[in-house]
Write a new protein. Structure first.
Length: 103
């Protein structure tokens, strides 16, 4: 059973990220109104690290997501957003409408 607060939407976007002085690249593979999952990550910041994701999706204007690493996966990591806002929720809904089916 899935205990997530919000549905996750599959995606596949190149996603550079920074965690303090550490930078990396990965693929944003799913997102929700509360967090995101990066795979094929060049580095995995430690759990608890603040991470800034840089997302470029046409036709949506480029944007940043700020979160904290909450778990590692074999090829990446997941973040929970530091601050959730109406603007962020609208952005996730817009992206979901462009790319995905809830899973």
């Amino acid at each position: 059973m899935d205990h997530r607060r919000d549905p996750r939407f599959r995606a596949r976007f190149d996603c550079p990220y920074s965690a303090g002085r550490q930078e990396g690249d990965g693929t944003l593979v799913d997102l929700s109104k509360s967090g995101a999952h990066i795979e094929e990550a060049s580095t995995r910041p430690p759990i608890g690290t603040k991470v800034r994701l840089y997302v470029f999706v046409h036709p949506v204007q480029p944007f940043e997501l700020l979160g904290e690493v909450v778990r590692h996966t074999p090829g990446g990591f997941a973040i929970e957003y530091v601050v959730s806002s109406a603007e962020l929720c609208k952005l996730v809904e817009d992206l979901a409408a462009i790319v995905a089916v809830p899973r």
